[in-house]
Design a protein around this ligand. Sequence first.
Ligand SMILES: [Zn+2]
Length: 250
Amino acid sequence: MGLLIKHLKNDEDAELFLKNVGLLKTKEKCPYCGSTEYYVIRRNHYKCKSCRREWSKYKGSIFENFRIKPLKFLKILEALSEGTVLKKISKDLNVSYNTVLKVRNLIREHVLKNILNVDELEENIFIGVNHVNHKIKLDYLKTIDFSLIKDNKVGKLGRIYFIHDYKNYELLIVISENTIPELDEKSRELILSKLKKELRVFVDDFTNKISSRKLVNNKTILYSIFLSLYINDKNTLHEIIFSAFQNIKK
Ligand SMILES: [Zn+2]
């Protein structure tokens, strides 16, 4: 499944794309009585010959939740996966800010709950980071042992602490709503040059986003960190984003 959203020209293309990724099902029968005899009554609407009821082509799909056209919806997903700020997406694609926000929140909740397995965010978020088999792996930790942190191993950037060599993690990221005295007394200027190149690129990417957008919400910070894992693998990121809409609840 290659990234081809930018090549889609119209809603018909977009619908086909959505069908291919499993986000839009083709209805082959009436959703009310099961009859296969139906006809088009007006754009995007069908009527059953047998029970005479009508339904929209998008019944049971994501477009019942988001009243936007398929092409625009995919363009929003693409822009979100590129890390474009919500305001710019809203302006560029001429969609309301609230719609973009709603789509982003749905993806964010899916990532936190189903991909990172985070149920509820605590005041402090601890993320163990390793680079294994050319992939960066994140572990969400419930708590850490401050006594294991050595003096010259802590760097700080805004509300984010970076700890080198914590237990079996090359890097530990701590996102905190308030300063943590145990870490502050050990912290110094952030030095990431000791990290492996792949980890450095990853950390650079999300720290840039976080500082340029003044992100304050822990959920959004964690989500941004997650997006940065895929700076060089947009296909996988798109699959994850699509999966957010696969089992959507109404
Ligand atoms: Zn029917």
